[in-house]
Design a protein around this ligand. Sequence first.
Ligand SMILES: [Zn+2]
Length: 250
Amino acid sequence: MTLTTDLLSLFRIDSQVRGLRRRLDSASRYLDTQDLTLQELGQQHDEVQLRRRHLQATIGNLEGEVAVIDERLEKLRGELNVATTNKQYTAVLTELNTVKLSRSELEDRTLQEMETVEECGRQLETLAGETAERTKVRAIAKAKLKQRHEEVGTRLAELEQQRTTAAGCIPGTDLKLFDDLAEAYDGEAVTPVEEIDRRRREYVCGSCNLNLPFEAVTALMGRGDTLVVCAACGRILFLQDDTRGALAKK
Ligand SMILES: [Zn+2]
């Protein structure tokens, strides 16, 4: 086995590992999204509940103020009844009307706050409904992830074992190059050389289409113990069997 063929077998195993991991990751991300949504719903619920509690406290205070005003009104009505002069009567009546006006303002405010409390109640109901729905979706997402784990878990463990073995055949610096490229290109660390025109010796990188110098191709036809990379995208180049066969026939 040459370095290039060792790398190709690592690449094939690595691609399978990545494919299976992607399946697990997408299920796992879906579950995370549900968790996040539930968390947001919970926060909204807490906020509305807190707001309602504050409003209820405000209403309590307003009702207290109205009670104080009612006492004052009672007293003023009494004074009105015993007023002896016209001037006295008018003074008490004016105050009585002023106090009545502020009572009515307080009542209006109380009513407004009560309406907002009701609105909060409706919001809480809506949020509870959404939470119940989302909880069901989350349960499905969780079951799906479990199922995925069961489906691919064993195969993934096998492949990861194989990957470790395959990686063990490759010298450290070359393996690092492969891993870095795989990281950068979502697994696509290697790419075939593509033949454009054999007679004119035109070959390009299978990934980025850069024209490759013919020396790169001849180097790949050699013993395959050094890696050849594309000058533009940096991917490790290899010759597919038909390309290699055609070149060998020349
Ligand atoms: Zn390239």
